[in-house]
Design a protein around this ligand. Structure first.
Ligand code: C2E
Ligand code: MG
Ligand code: MG
Length: 418
């Protein structure tokens, strides 16, 4: 491993560009790429400070280096994302390596000696001879791993080759044009089940399948289609709110999700688009809110994305999504007028009488209350989770316990009917 080309200051590991070079050198050879994302590092930062977070990242580096064999490539892509790549490895080798890494994570005690915290690791695997393309494939698998909590393998069914990928994009583009996309709405409730908000989530009706955004968004994020999807979602949500109003219903603020990629694209003027859509549908900035992850809000430490600043200037409420999963999750909360944070469902899933996630969730709720920021718990599936959250001071809930996301008509019937 040559860590001198583009090494990461914190861990000494090679960075993304060095990884791309390494994969380019191995183009045409069989290679396995594991893309790893830590769950719970944000919580370490929140509870014990950035220094403990940095120390944790160095310990993860040690763990991965120990799991790696001679000649393996270990890198840090940034934040809490790492790569382990192995030349000559096929899928079974990669799966075994991933299992070994996860076992090492479980055996390790994370956080300060006195108050250990659970740190998990989600892994996306891609294997093949595609060189640097494997990095994108592994990221696609990782996106699914984050949702499932298990190790996921890149499924070539979606894009086996560059040609198939292009076909997939064309198919999605046709869907986008022919009205095959739908927004579903998931209620956000008080503990008693009273409606306080709704999140719009997109679905793609591809033939007779309803495709989840976790499947197609990673695939389109590398193309301009992500901007077109963003525009479609924004317009569809605005149209829906306007329609509900005309029908005499009183919809709550509807949250739309925006991809960090839309902000990375210089030509996509998110704030101006937003202003135009609101005006076209006779809505005010508080009728819709924007859900973003921290990487979109602050692309680099201390640096607020100008488009995000534009949205805030417009008066659009900003919601921090998947809170507790990223790195330095507190930076944007202290620097920006965030109106709401959403506690990630992986933390909620792990709430039980004596779980450590519970401590993290309680600390987050305490901090949010002190800063005057609303807090929604995501992925609430059981009454026990709701009760633990209620006892910790949480007042807003989203999850299957209350309702799954529903098609607009059903959402209106169940939640908006007079
Ligand atoms: P997210 O923004 O964190 O959305 C919440 C996800 O959690 C939704 O998955 C929702 O169906 C799921 N969920 C809700 N309640 C529960 C529960 O009780 N248990 C569990 N296990 N899951 C629950 P969905 O709709 O598949 O969306 C997945 C992700 O895709 C979203 O995560 C969001 O990041 C992205 N996404 C969804 N719609 C859009 C969109 O319109 N634009 C963009 N850019 N991204 C979107
Ligand atoms: Mg969301
Ligand atoms: Mg979320």
């Amino acid at each position: 491993m040559d860590a001198t080309r583009g090494a990461d200051d914190l861990t000494g590991l090679p960075t993304r560009s060095a990884t791309t070079n390494w994969l380019t050198e191995h183009s045409g050879e069989q290679v396995a790429v594991l893309d790893l994302d830590l769950g719970g590092l944000g919580a370490v930062n929140i509870s014990f400070g950035a220094e403990e977070g940095d120390a944790t990242l160095r310990r993860v580096t040690g763990l991965l280096s120990a799991a790696a064999a001679d000649g393996d490539w270990v890198a840090r892509l940034g934040g809490d994302e790492f790569i382990v790549a192995r030349a000559g490895a096929d899928l079974p080798d990669a799966v075994a390596l991933a299992a070994d890494i996860r076992a090492r994570f479980r055996r390790e005690r994370w956080g300060p000696e006195a108050s250990p915290v659970p740190l998990t690791c989600r892994i996306g695997i891609a294997t093949g001879t595609d060189g640097p393309q494997l990095l994108q494939h592994a990221a696609t698998a990782l996106a699914r791993a984050k949702a499932s909590g298990h190790t996921e393998t890149y499924e070539p069914a979606m894009a086996q080759s560059a040609a198939a990928h292009t076909q997939f994009l064309a198919r999605f583009a046709r869907g986008l044009e022919s009205g095959a996309l739908e927004l579903h709405y998931q209620p956000q409730c008080t503990g008693e089940g009273d409606l306080v908000g709704a999140e719009a989530v997109v679905r793609w009706r591809d033939g007779d399948r309803l495709v989840s955004p976790d499947v197609f968004i990673p695939a389109i994020e590398e193309s301009r289609l992500i901007d077109r999807l963003g525009d479609w979602v924004l317009n569809a949500a605005a149209t829906q709110v306007q329609e509900w109003r005309s029908a005499g219903l009183t919809p709550p603020t509807v949250a739309v999700n925006l991809s960090p990629r839309q902000f990375a694209d210089l030509e996509a003027n998110v704030a101006a688009t937003f202003a135009g859509v609101l005006a076209a549908h006779d809505l005010s900035p508080g009728d819709l809110e924007v859900e973003l992850t921290e990487s979109a809000v602050m692309p680099a430490p201390g640096e607020v994305d100008p488009e995000v600043a534009g949205l805030l200037a417009l008066g659009v409420p900003l919601v921090l999504d998947d809170f507790g999963t990223g790195y330095s999750a507190l930076a944007s909360v202290t620097r920006l007028p965030i109106s709401k944070i959403k506690i990630d469902r992986s933390l909620v899933a792990d709430l039980s009488a004596e779980s450590r996630s519970r401590v993290i969730v309680e600390a987050t709720l305490w901090i949010a209350a002190r800063l005057g920021i609303r807090c929604v718990a995501e992925g609430v599936e059981t009454a026990l989770q709701r009760d633990i959250l209620l006892a910790a001071g949480c007042t807003e809930f989203q999850g299957y316990l209350f309702s799954a996301p529903l098609p607009a008509g059903e959402f209106a019937d169940r939640w908006l009917a007079s």
